[in-house]
Design a protein around this ligand. Structure first.
Ligand code: NFS
Length: 656
């Protein structure tokens, strides 16, 4: 079990699943190995003469497509699928804003008018004295037009540093329309169209930028307008947040539209009374995956777990309803739920699952539907049988939007990135890292996440996090100010002065666009070059598994960031394509994409890259002993994950 996860609660529930005879993703991964041909990207099934397996003596497909072409097409398609998932989510947010602004969705309000006005300026929407609803309707329409834009470039391209924008224009990769670039990737990679690996992958950069500076950025902005821009909020995490004597509802998936309404419904006095009438003490809402992050950063809803914990959560026997919408929802949930009383409720018009109840969400009747879902969960409470809730909980602070990061460095009147830049320049902070992304069953769950983040902060690197990495960090106490003792001395001093933890939870995966904004602000503040590619910064996705992660990684690279993915490479079968996306892309856009299975090497490469960028900027050489005792943890020292396994940091039940 210890090879499967470092998380005590996960291990405890794996043992329970085994005792109950339940098969989870962990068992399926043992029973079936990934296809070695597809795993390395050597399989082409883009036409029905094939599939062609390019192995052994077979070096080209029936049509003559070479290994590089096949690999480039497969990677480009995966990036397009990831960009599509994020962007379609963004489109739905824009449609919800339009419905809210025009009185069609009366349960939603415009919560953050300041953000609305800022976004309006980016989209060229007039603000002045106009009522917020009118501005919001125009913002929604302008955002929607970005999806179908056929010419010119996305308006949010102007949110990148000027030098970066010029580079994109020169290379012809400034995205024209969000949907257009995705469709063009599908077209180019259709049988017999684009045959040149580098050419295909250059378009993949453009497609991914349509996600980062398009669909995802729209999603984050509009979520903030409708539900509020996050500010720091304290909360709890891991399986111990489930309540034995309350109705437990879990929101899982990605969109905040429904989950935000469920937050309202779960605190409705009438429904709480209804829960009491069924013998429960109340209603307890928790979350999994990025929906969890959305409702955490705005409402402090506890994090139940990350991607690999979804099935095991049901094994607790304590979940009365798991409400899912889109993305990262395992089909295995339905068969696990058959053995317990949990009701799986699908809600998106785009996603159904056999074995689940479908209560379709409609933003025009949002609160009514949310109440119906909560009522369904309450009705299921009396069906509970034996429960097993691990006594594992940790505390966290989340909600660091880029607006808040600027605010905390100077308050309302003097907000800036000056303190951060100055402290990077003087070497108290060595550099910055965005550590993000999924869990993957082929690596030990949470191990790379935690070792990498802790290794970075111990070496004075400020970490920003989103997605399932952020949930991992939460579960090991890395999002609390108390973790300061595990940070390097320079970073610790700055974090204590500003009053922030050394690991900043910035939200869900679409909120990686907040990181793009932070990087742009650092690059334009002065003293650290003029472009994102000049910054002593890295992007890391330690345990990636989804196509969305590839899209994120690619738009980070296109923005100038050295990006390292843990686990296996999807293009491992082609040294040429591996070179195109690393050295080739670095020459083109200043960032490169690498896959490195060993987290120790990821850490070493990240620190070496940060130091090289510091040198290129002629900054003072980083000296780990200059500000106090040297770093608490360096690669090769005893591993934090071992200490977690030994229970050194094991959390105890934390008060609500
Ligand atoms: Ni991101 Fe969020 Fe998690 Fe990976 Fe899935 S939940 S959008 S894709 S698994 S981080």
């Amino acid at each position: 079990m210890e090879k499967k996860s470092i998380d005590a609660a996960t291990i405890e529930m794996l043992e329970q699943a085994q005792a109950d005879g339940i098969s989870t993703v962990f068992d399926r991964a043992e029973a079936t190995k990934p296809c070695p041909i597809g795993h390395e990207g050597n399989c082409c099934k883009l036409c029905f003469m094939g599939p062609c397996r390019l192995v052994g003596k077979t070096t080209v497909g029936f049509c003559g497509a070479t290994m590089e072409t096949v690999q480039a097409r497969n990677l480009a398609r995966a990036i397009a699928a990831g960009a599509a998932a994020h962007s379609d989510h963004g489109r739905d947010m824009a449609l919800t804003l339009l419905a809210a602004a025009t009185g069609q969705a009366p349960d939603y309000q415009i919560k953050d008018e300041r953000k609305l006005r800022a976004v309006a300026a980016h989209l060229g929407v007039e603000t002045g004295e106009r009522p917020k609803e009118e501005i919001a309707a125009d913002v929604a329409r302008a955002a929607l037009a970005e999806f179908g834009r056929q010419e010119g470039e996305l308006l949010f391209v102007r949110r990148a540093p000027p030098k970066r924008q010029e580079l994109w224009r020169r290379l012809g990769i400034a995205p024209r329309g969000i949907d257009r670039e995705i469709v063009e990737t599908l077209h180019r990679t259709h049988m017999g169209t684009d045959q040149d690996a580098e050419h295909i992958l250059t378009h993949a950069l453009r497609t991914a930028l349509g996600d980062g500076f398009g669909g995802s950025m729209i999603s984050t902005d509009i979520s903030d307008i409708l539900f509020g821009t996050p500010t720091p909020v304290a909360a709890r995490s891991n399986f111990g947040v489930l309540e034995e004597d309350e109705v437990n509802i879990v929101v899982h998936g990605h969109e905040p539209t429904l989950s935000d309404m469920i937050v309202v419904a779960a605190s409705d006095p009438e429904l709480i009374e209804y829960a009491k009438s069924k013998g429960a003490k109340g209603i307890n809402l928790t979350g999994i995956c990025c929906t969890a992050n959305e409702v955490l950063v705005r409402h402090g809803v506890p994090l139940l777990g990350n991607y690999l914990q979804q099935e095991l959560a049901i094994v607790t026997g304590a979940i009365d309803a798991m409400v899912v919408d889109i993305q990262c929802v395992m089909q295995g949930l339905a068969s696990v739920a058959e053995h317990y009383h949990t009701k799986i409720i699908t809600t998106s018009p785009k996603a159904k699952m056999s074995g689940a109840i479908h209560i379709e969400f409609d933003e025009h009747r949002a609160l009514d539907i949310a109440k119906l879902i909560v009522r369904t969960a309450v009705d299921n409470f009396p069906n509970r049988k034996q429960t097993h809730i691990p006594d594992v909980v940790d505390r966290l602070v989340a909600g660091f939007s880029h607006e808040y990061i600027a605010y905390m460095q100077g308050g309302v009147y003097r907000e800036s990135f000056r303190p951060l830049n100055d402290n990077i320049m003087n070497g108290r902070i060595r550099g910055a890292a965005g550590v993000v992304g999924c869990c993957n069953v082929h690596t030990c769950h949470d191990e790379s996440h935690i070792n990498i983040v802790q290794g970075l902060i111990a070496n004075d690197v400020l970490v920003v996090t989103t997605g399932c990495n952020a949930i991992a960090c939460a579960k090991y106490g890395l999002l609390t100010p108390e973790v300061m003792e595990r940070a390097g001395p320079g970073l610790r001093e700055v974090c204590q002065a500003i009053g922030i933890p050394p690991v900043l939870h910035m939200g869900s995966c679409v909120d990686n666009t907040r990181i793009l904004t932070v990087l742009t602000q650092m690059a334009t503040e002065g003293g650290l070059g003029e472009d994102i590619s000049d910054l002593p910064a890295v992007g890391i996705c330690p345990e990636w598994m989804s196509e969305k992660a590839l899209s994120i990684g690619t738009y980070c690279v296109a923005s100038g960031i050295y990006t390292i993915f843990g686990g296996a490479s999807p293009v491992a079968g082609s040294p040429e394509v591996t070179k195109i996306i690393s050295a080739g892309w670095e020459e083109k856009v200043g960032g490169k994409l690498e896959f490195e299975p060993d987290w120790r090497k990821i850490l070493e490469k990240s620190l070496a890259h940060i130091d090289a960028k510091r040198k290129a900027l002629k900054l003072e050489e980083y000296n780990p002993t200059r500000y106090a005792a040297s770093a608490a943890y360096l690669p090769g020292d005893s591993l934090p994950s071992d200490e977690y396994r030994q229970g050194k940091y094991s959390a105890s039940k934390v008060a609500k």
